[in-house]
Design a protein around this ligand. Sequence first.
Ligand SMILES: [Zn+2]
Length: 363
Amino acid sequence: MKKLPPLFVGHEVYRRAAYGSHHPLAIPRVETATDLCRALGWLGGGEFRLSPRASEEQLHAFHTPRYVRALREAAERGAVDAQVRERHAIGTMENPLFPGVFERAATSVGGSIRAAELALEGRVAFHPAGGTHHGRPDRASGFCYFNDPVFAIRTLLEGGLERVLYADLDAHHGDGVQDAFAQDERVHTVSIHEQGRWPYTGAAHDVGAGRARNLPVPPGFNDSELEWLLEAVLLPLGRRSAPQAVVVTCGADALAGDPLSKMALSNVALWHAVERLCALAPAAVVLGGGGYNPWTLARYWAGLWGRLSGRSVPAQLPEGARALLAPLSCDLIDEEDVRPAWRNTLADAMNRGPVRKEIHELA
Ligand SMILES: [Zn+2]
């Protein structure tokens, strides 16, 4: 079992405005989750570690020097020419240029490297600004400029580990990570994601080069179904691969209430799943990911840190924490659809339901 207490890896760079004004990620995310933890008294006693920024040389371990240079230069200029946009998918609606984009993306990679180094000491390291699982060696993809989970896994392997399990609980297929390690016998990947959703990969029959497992789930995927897949597929797979470390991507778009996907999980079910996955190995890196509802995202990730660090989640949030959630807003969510519980509580009501035939067929 893990010997050392969990640590939280973060950085102030995530407080800076990002993604322009009309992008689904142009909402408060990591900073609100971090502030919620502080408001609850959950970040004391040296539990916070500052994320370094990955150097360009470090980035070249996965990304091509040409792409890294192109993103840095485009960020400096605030513009790209058509050829660069075409080749590297930057300066697009999906992956826009904005002030600080290079620094922010490189800090996310640095944070995942640091989280993996801390995990190698025998602990859980939580890095909510990580989870950019769609990034490709030579191009941005799906709002991801680099691929920080790849760097977390690489750091674990460079630390001497021979068996790493990557579990992706984001609503979208963890395509960039699966492909990055398809030929590496040391890494198993498993992804639960909503079927029929971008990037349209990760079908049930897709096993990569033999060590990938994909579990595309139907809309409305509920807590009972997650629990069932955990017991029937994820934990047995984890035990068989006997990982020395696990890396978990915890996109908040798998929660009920996310405007870009239709999964229906409670944060309580996800906290439980992440804890069970982390318990498979003596070292664990827990990353963020997608998530486009600022209330449910902040509550999920703050509560996840609370659970990982052994705190008990209060039934009602104290005034200081509610004051962080009250002023949030989101272009993609109508004011009348904002549930009062999103502003006053941390733990969702469980969303149990039938385990449908499609879920049974995945096992
Ligand atoms: Zn996602």
